[in-house]
Design a protein around this ligand. Sequence first.
Ligand SMILES: [Zn+2]
Ligand SMILES: [Zn+2]
Length: 301
Amino acid sequence: MSDDTTTAEETADEAPGVGAASDAFAVLGDETRVAILEALVDARRADPEQRALTFSELRDRTGVADSGRFNYHLGKLRGRFVEETDDGYVLTYAGREVVGAILGGTYDTDVELDPEPLGDTCTRCDAELVARFDGGDLDVGCENDHTILRTTVPPGAATDRSMRELLALATRTTYARIELLVGGICHECAGWVEREIVAAPDDADIDYTFRTSCERCGAFTRSSAGVVVLRDQRFVAFCDDHGIDVANRLPWTLPFLTDGETVRTGEDPPRYRVRVEVDDERLDLTLDGQGAVVASERTTT
Ligand SMILES: [Zn+2]
Ligand SMILES: [Zn+2]
């Protein structure tokens, strides 16, 4: 799956939320305020059920001796990132999101792992696949420029994972993104997503691609059409019956998804067929023009 975020073609005046976002980032441009958010996360980690901190607890943990100065910075966060409850101060939704991005290393682009040969063969030639990770971008491909997987992973995830563990994580997040996208939901911003099965370019060695674009943020993805079945219950059950645990298999070890087996079976309305064959059994899944599975059939071959 290739994952590429493009810029929405809107001006700042037209784009909803841009003014609010620049205000929000301005508020966060101060070490004390970030320290306050982190102290609230530490409190939640220590005791998720009793995560609220009183004013003085929060000030102690942030290490600001001057009460007036601390109150000034806390005031900047209140209402947007932090709220006061009967038990004390807690993070708001926006506060949890921004701390999650900080901990996930979203703003840390220096994280890099050494390229690692995987011992698996490219699905499009005989070369070995190599995984590369740099600043949040994860690529699996071969020396002949065949990209089998291109996705993003929060850089923080790479600080305590091997390349193999990072690939397992990327596989799961990719499958989860596919599930959202097939359902018409953007994995970046939760906006509405347009999705469509379209003919692949002439130089591609697959026939059809699943293409999505977000109406709100412009996030764009493109992958072989077969990926839309990865989270389909009928596909998962079929694989399970044949001893294949889809969630724990790297995508390129499921060759029936990338070998160009998607064919067009209907014009109006458009229908496409993804065929999966394992041992002596076949599963045919019929997709509509937006990539939703509308019918399935199992036959013994
Ligand atoms: Zn290759
Ligand atoms: Zn979006």
